[in-house]
Design a protein around this ligand. Structure first.
Ligand code: PAF
Length: 283
């Protein structure tokens, strides 16, 4: 079933709560792929009822980003959700979520702002304000759906860490369930933005996962010095890649690591055919 209005969704949720059913939420921006489906599968298995939100959240896009061209495939998304056993697809309009005035100006919207230490690095450095938009919309979705469990992919690992921090700091009564990255056989991490790549671009994009797998192999062989591990990346890069960052950070606090250990996540972002791609791996 697809629902576009908050009021209607709330009525349904109230019914479920009355019956003592557990609710899982899978927040998405649509253009669903196998990565999303793995989150949905987990929710359907774990919870009595599953809501998938499909909302291209305008306030998490920075000026000049791909808000207008972001793939919107609601009919196909709804079909995939139905096949996967989802109970409700929640697909509000921007007006429904933010009211008309609010999408025209940020001056009239209450935001949830994550701590500066978590957003002044990695993706937050080039996407200023992005995580404010993410935390704000996810908070709203939590308030609307009141899920017992919410499912997020480890592909957006900085987002996941920030959302866990938000839930903890604001005492939000939801358990966040992290779900592993889903990759193509080639190693490429699935992303809705892969749709922007040509076949050649997809081949070039493999450099990201190759760099991460190779770093993990070197780490497992005993190399712990981050500078030495970073140097192993350059052999995989050519003129078709613009590396934005390759960083080693703590899996909970995002503090920088100079020596890699079992709490380290290696984060990478690069542009291929001007498409910004991200990936990460836990050591
Ligand atoms: O990861 C995403 O797709 C989005 O950032 C999210 C969590 C659905 C919020 O819009």
């Amino acid at each position: 079933m697809i629902i576009h209005k908050i009021k209607e969704l709330r009525e349904q949720i109230k019914e479920w709560k009355k019956q003592g059913l557990t609710v899982g939420l899978v927040p998405t921006m649509g253009a669903l792929h196998a990565g999303h489906l793995s989150l949905i599968k987990k929710s359907v298995e774990k919870c009595d009822r599953t809501v998938v939100s499909v909302f291209v959240n305008p306030i998490q896009f920075c000026p000049g980003e791909d808000l207008d061209k972001y793939p919107r495939t609601l009919d196909a998304d709804e079909g995939l959700c139905n096949d996967a056993g989802v109970n409700i697809v929640f697909a509000p309009s921007p007006e429904e979520m933010y009211g008309r005035g609010h999408i025209l100006s940020n001056d009239f919207l209450t935001y949830v702002i994550p701590p500066y230490f978590y957003v002044d690095k990695l993706c937050g450095k080039s996407r200023v304000g992005h995580f404010d938009g993410v935390c704000t919309v996810v908070n709203k979705l939590f308030n609307i759906v009141q899920p017992d469990f919410a499912f997020f992919g480890e592909k957006d690992r900085q987002q996941l860490i920030i959302l866990k921090k938000m839930v903890n700091d604001l005492n939000i009564p939801v358990e966040i369930i992290p779900c592993p990255i889903v990759r193509e056989e080639s190693g490429l991490a699935l992303s809705s933005r892969n749709k922007y790549l040509t076949e050649k671009g997809k081949d070039e994009a493999l450099a990201l996962s190759k760099i991460l797998f190779n770093i993990k192999m070197c780490y497992n062989k005993g190399i712990k010095d981050v500078k030495a591990l970073k140097e192993t990346a350059y052999g995989f890069l050519n003129n078709n890649h613009t590396l934005e960052y390759l960083e080693f950070r703590d899996k909970n606090t995002l503090e920088e690591k100079l020596t890699a250990d079992g709490d380290t996540i290696v984060f990478i972002a690069a542009r291929v055919e001007n498409v910004r791609l991200i990936d990460n791996i836990a050591l």
